[in-house]
Ligand binder design. Sequence first.
Ligand code: SF4
Length: 618
Amino acid sequence: MEEINGTSNKVLEVNLTREKVNIYDVTDQERRLFLGAKGLGLKLLFDRLKPGCDPLGPDNIIAFMPGILMGTGAPCSGRFEAIAKSPLTGIMGSSSCGGPFGMALKSAGWDGVLISGKAEKPVYLYIDKNGVEFRDASQYWGMGIPEVQEAIDDKKTGSLIIGPAGENLVRFANIASGHRFLGRGGLGAIMGSKNLKAVLALGGEYRIMPRDPEKFKKVKKRAHKYINSNKMTAVAYRKYGTNANVRPNLKGNILPVHNFQDGWHEKGDQLAGEIIADNHETRHHTCKPCTIRCGHKGTFDGEQMAVPEYETIGLMGSNLGIFDPVQVAKWNLICGRLGLDTISTGGTLAWVMEAAQKGLVESDLHFGSAEGISEALEDIAYMRGFGAEMALGSRSLSNKYGGQNFAIQIKGLEMAAYDPRGSFGHGLAYAVANRGACHLSSYLVAQELYFKLLRPDLTYGKARWVKFFEDLTCCINALQSCQFTLYAYLLESPLTKYTLDPVLALLMQYMPQVAILLVDSSIYNGLWNSVTGIPLSKNQFLRAGERIHVLERYMNTREGITGKDDVLPGRMLKEGRISDPSKKTVPLHKMLAQYYKIRGFDENGIPTEKLLKELEII
Ligand code: SF4
């Protein structure tokens, strides 16, 4: 079998209108500055996308980019990223997925595919090492995701498929790859707008080899060791999946309950990963390859189903007042068939329930009742009746009917399942995240609640930590190493592991500049260097992460984003949680001003020309 040394540096550019394919050669400079996957994808879109283009028009481009580590056998590396202008938010959207498409594309010889234009009638793309075929998809249009997978997927291919929600342009439609999803930002609607039902890649043509196999072997060994000794990755997530978050989140009063009116509920524990594992014969069902193995399936009402991940449990469970995992697993399955992002679906349904309670809209949906939800999911996916309005998301609904205060979204993207009133740093991260209320841009809740290394109710130092984790996360998203490796790679490094927790916490809380310098992120760096053969020091690597983050921000500012958009939902700023006696709200403004300063943005949150030049973005 032929080999690819690290990356092929070849990206397919497909125009559906003209049925034309071009091969773009990634330059060394692009690779060094923007790394890979999300970073490189953003750079390629920056050069091609016209600001102001209609996200559902033919000019929008959707990029699918396998990670740098894909195919190397590095732990938790079977991931790829999709990037495009989001129809839900109107700004840059992206999503990462651990389904088989990424490996198929990369081992077919391609480091990415950019798709623009609009096909005249439904098509699907078939990609192999020779290029792209345009195939008729009329017979699949209207079908649910599993049926199409059954019809066109086989063991040799990896696929991307949309469901009816994507076809009908639901603004939070997702894209499936195997049993994993590109969930956020409505990227499925972009495929729908292009009459693109699916993309198949036939992999297995090339073996992916790191440029420096000896160095790679050493780093990989250390990575495995850290993952297998960290309590979060080797025990909690491996045994209970991400629902291991339920108990600490209940304790920290940040589990969303009744549209984030509260952060705790007496029945909340019924949704805990430990309880689900006990009652539903759970077993692994993961992205591949993966060393952590957080994904699970289980038996619910006698049927095999995926165990809903924490975000789904939070948004479609407790946030709707539902504490029965069987019910949430069934809705998760329906969303998977129709192609709906469960986070935005849950956030939107919760807004409807509260708006109905307050008399702003007419709906029979109400907190604590499962009645009508399955039908509402179908209505959303097929844009039927009020479902057509729900399909535009909670921002659109609240702009029309009022109730913006309790539309739990930022920049149009519904919030993930962590209430920032119990985790101030995470609140800042939500407010400034490039894709909207994203929990993964800078996952500070881990330091604030799970490891107690930062005080969740203090603002001091948080701006610096948010920036640091944003930059590092951009590096990780370029590698497409699963973000859960962060727990192990940072916390198991000797300096962190053998520093007493109180000392570490003091240093992190009160001397963040010093603590950040001491963070050992050398595994990520080492993986990059050994796979690509492009030597980057820790600082150069993090600087590339910063460049990627600022590029995305800059692209968003070209779409009209300014500091006025870096907000939290009114509820987080003005209302305390029901069960919180101190009625804490997030003191955002103080942290925001510090954040802009540290980032080198002006007071309106715009990256300065000086910064853009220093980072070689313009
Ligand atoms: S830890 Fe979970 S999300 Fe991450 S790669 Fe593994 S199975 Fe996928």
